[in-house]
Design a protein around this ligand. Structure first.
Ligand code: PMP
Length: 419
């Protein structure tokens, strides 16, 4: 039997990439050097389909007003659309209730909210928070700020040479002072998919809640917070083909209802006098001030867009791209891939011997190929592998096998220049 061709591979995943690509106007625009855009930086931020762009424009054109305040029609329409977006996030994560969904600016703000609100209420000096060595800075720095403010301790679980969580170290890390596990679902630097259901199981055996950083998971795989049994789950809208400036925090209702506000102001109160303020119920208590109304409604459109596709097939497609790219990159002697966990998302971090990752990124850019070069906001991962940076190619639903071929050709060009 012949080896499968690239077309076979693409067909095998059951995804019509050409149809998907046609929804993303930016992909049809050549780069300023006249090249086809090969966008391989979806882990940093995803491109937007026309359906999302138009949804945001439609809000401003037809139903825009501030929410929760007006008695007039436009305000009521905007409020209804905003509330509907909350239900869409609830359904996306399979949360039990809309009350468990808080809109925030992004995943970073969601983690800061939990650290500032839940953390300051429930943690005291000497209490321990377990993190992993592969966390994004967004899931490190807020806990360090809390450490510096109130004296908690951070317990960091190492990662293995393949970029997996050192499982025994995790199981043994729990003490009588462990109060929280804060861990990524999928590593943005290595692609590792963490066995998060097992992570929550072990933590709950010790009576410890778990915050899951889902920024790299929600855009690429179905997520069920009840099945995962997460206590907190966060993600950013811009990585799931939605607009920038909106993200969500899921928190179990029994936990959220006992959390104090994060920011004070309009929309989060029940009543205010100079003597005393009482707060609104959840989730409004955590949404002070005018939110990103149009962006949130457009996030709802992004959720409609991805859930309108076959998400299992999309995942298969991204994993097929991952496998094909890994295979092609492995044929190049000078390339070393960081992150080789068997359970891995469509993220490939690599170095080319003798070439700085920034130079790789710059030369690929001349070829129309957008990749990320740097530490990916995961400096501890770079330290773990003793490197300053990597080049990272990451896939989204619009990437195809030609993109991988172009990447491989671009790397050959890098090697020619540096030969
Ligand atoms: N966590 C992970 C795993 C990420 O990949 C990112 C974005 N690179 C973040 C958190 C932070 O996301 P944002 O910048 O949208 O807040």
């Amino acid at each position: 039997m012949n080896a499968p061709t690239r077309t076979d591979l693409a067909r095998g995943t059951g995804v019509d990439v050409d149809r998907i690509r046609a929804d993303f106007p930016i992909l049809a625009r050549p780069t300023s050097a006249g090249k086809r855009l090969v966008f391989l930086d979806t882990a940093a931020s995803a491109q937007k389909p026309r359906q999302v762009i138009e949804a945001e424009a439609r809000v401003y054109e037809t139903e825009y007003a501030n929410i929760h305040r007006g008695v007039y029609e436009l305000s009521q329409k905007a409020t209804a659309a905003y509330d509907k977006a909350r239900s869409k996030v609830r359904a996306l994560l399979n949360a039990a209730s809309d009350r468990e969904i808080v809109f925030v600016r992004n995943g970073t703000e969601a983690i800061n909210l939990v650290a500032a609100s839940w953390g300051r209420k429930n943690l005291k000096e000497g209490d321990q928070v377990i993190l992993s060595e592969m966390e994004h800075h967004a899931n490190i720095v807020p806990w360090q700020m809390l450490r510096d403010a109130i004296g908690i301790e951070l317990v960091v679980i190492p990662i293995t040479d393949t970029g997996e969580l050192a499982w025994e170290a995790y199981e043994q890390a729990f003490t009588a002072r462990t109060r929280l596990v804060a861990m990524t679902h999928v590593s943005n630097a290595l692609g590792t998919i963490v066995p998060i259901r097992e992570v929550t199981r072990v933590a709950h055996e010790h009576g410890v809640p778990v915050l899951v950083d889902g920024c790299q998971a929600v855009p690429h795989m179905p997520v069920d917070v009840q099945e995962i049994d997460a206590d907190f789950y966060v993600f950013s809208g811009h990585k799931i083909y939605g607009p920038t400036g909106v993200g969500a925090l899921y928190a179990r209702e029994s936990i959220l209802k006992d959390m104090p506000p994060y920011q004070g102001g309009g929309d989060m109160i029940a009543s205010v006098t100079f003597a005393r303020t009482t707060y609104a119920d959840i989730p409004q208590r955590f949404e002070a001030g005018t939110p990103n109304i149009a962006g949130t409604i457009a996030l709802g459109a992004a959720i409609d867009y991805v859930t309108g596709l076959d998400r299992q097939a999309l995942l298969r497609h991204e994993l097929a791209l991952r496998d094909y790219a890994t295979e092609r990159l492995s044929e190049i002697n000078a390339v070393r891939i960081y992150g080789t966990a068997p359970e891995k998302a469509g993220v490939i971090s690599f170095t080319i011997e003798g070439v700085h990752p920034h130079d790789v990124g710059t030369i690929l850019d001349f070829e129309g190929i957008a990749v990320r070069a740097g530490h990916h906001c995961t400096q501890p991962v770079m330290d773990r592998f003793g490197i300053p940076a990597t080049t990272r190619a990451s896939f989204g639903i619009y990437n195809d096998f030609d993109d991988v071929d172009d990447l491989i050709r671009g790397i050959a060009r890098v090697q020619e220049i540096f030969a």
